[in-house]
Design a protein around this ligand. Structure first.
Ligand SMILES: [Zn+2]
Length: 344
């Protein structure tokens, strides 16, 4: 072989090897990308998931973080995970956690300007705040630090599973987004209708049976208040009631209650107020209460915890533990709703 031919052949061989190398690298790159996609979707551990634009994050929500007094933008699904973490014990059944995720997502969208536009007024420019005023939101770090290190990974995974398993799902009524997916801790054994408690008739917020909630630590609570303290508190809010420490025992009487047991009207001296107002002034667990009197104190025995309207979280857990699915739970507590995937 002549020197020129040899250089020529060498050049061809070089180009050939180079092309294999280039094509090869390109090909591997594509394959790698596809594989990463598959890994992300199918075998990533929930604990490692972070909801973002590549990973089903959904639209951006502006959350007012009250502790820091600032508005933080985050992906909706990330926010929903923080609400499930903040609003429901992770030890609850997975189906109850899923029901909570759907209710929380619906509530979030009902506050965002593009969807329900029922903005929270706590933080300037925010859609929603991170307290019980709207929904309690807890960041991953805060939540993990509050759990024992032995179980925290497992509990966080369970919450993530509930959010992933209901990704984008919301409650609708007559093909429209539900705007008031209210929920609360524990019922008395029956929830109440929105018309009775909030004076607004919401078709999907009707009182329903909610069995098995006696296991909740908040099912029953007793508040003992001295007569002088009671008079001080009630007179401060209702000066026209004219209550006096010596007579208050005979000045307070429950006049009527709703089907679930929540007090409708209560007489306080010269006035009649709602059970909701009586609860708020005295900081009671619920407005479902009975009164007991002794020589010095009033004992107020409350059944349930929270406002009693919509989904009972403990009731949801009882249903989940008895084999019901999250859709069964949601359609039990929210009359006539559908669970549908939101098109953002
Ligand atoms: Zn708020």
């Amino acid at each position: 072989m002549s020197k020129i031919v040899s250089i020529f052949m060498g050049g061809i061989l070089f180009l050939f090897l180079l092309s294999i190398l280039i094509v090869g690298i390109g090909h591997n790159d594509i394959e790698k990308d596809i594989n990463i996609d598959k890994i992300d979707k199918f075998i990533i551990k929930p604990n490692n998931i972070s909801f973002d634009s590549n990973n089903g994050g959904g639209p951006i929500i502006k959350v007012y973080i009250s502790k820091d007094k600032k508005v933080v933008e985050m992906f909706l699904e990330e926010y929903v995970r923080g609400v499930v973490a903040g609003e429901m014990p992770a030890e609850f059944s997975l189906e109850a956690l899923k029901a909570q995720a759907v209710a929380a997502r619906t509530y979030a969208l009902s506050h965002m300007s593009k969807y329900g536009n029922q903005k929270c007024n706590k933080g300037e420019g925010a859609d929603i705040c991170d307290t019980v005023h709207c929904q309690v939101y807890m960041s991953k770090d805060v939540r993990l630090n509050s759990w024992p290190s032995k179980t925290k990974g497992e509990l966080w995974n369970k919450i993530t599973e509930a959010v992933l398993g209901t990704e984008g799902q919301v409650l609708t009524y007559n093909d429209k987004l539900v705007l008031s997916p209210y929920y609360f801790s524990t019922s008395s054994g029956r929830t109440e209708s929105a018309i009775d408690i909030f004076n607004v008739d919401v078709p999907y917020l009707k009182g329903v049976q909610s069995k098995g909630e006696e296991i909740s630590p908040s099912f029953k609570s007793t508040k003992k208040i001295t007569y002088s303290e009671l008079v001080k508190k009630l007179n401060a809010s209702y000066p026209k009631a004219g209550l006096t420490t010596s007579k208050v025992k005979n000045q307070i009487k429950i006049l009527s209650s709703y089907e679930g047991g929540s007090v409708n009207n209560i007489k306080i001296g010269n006035l009649t107020i709602s059970g909701v107002k009586f609860r708020n002034v005295l900081g009671l667990g619920s407005d479902n209460f009975t009164l007991g009197f002794d020589s010095k104190n009033i004992s107020i025995v409350c059944k349930g915890y929270g406002h009693s309207v919509g989904m009972s979280q403990w009731g949801a857990n009882v249903m989940g533990n008895s084999g019901k699915l999250y859709k069964d739970i949601l359609t039990h507590y929210y009359d006539g709703v559908k669970v549908e995937v939101m098109k953002y």
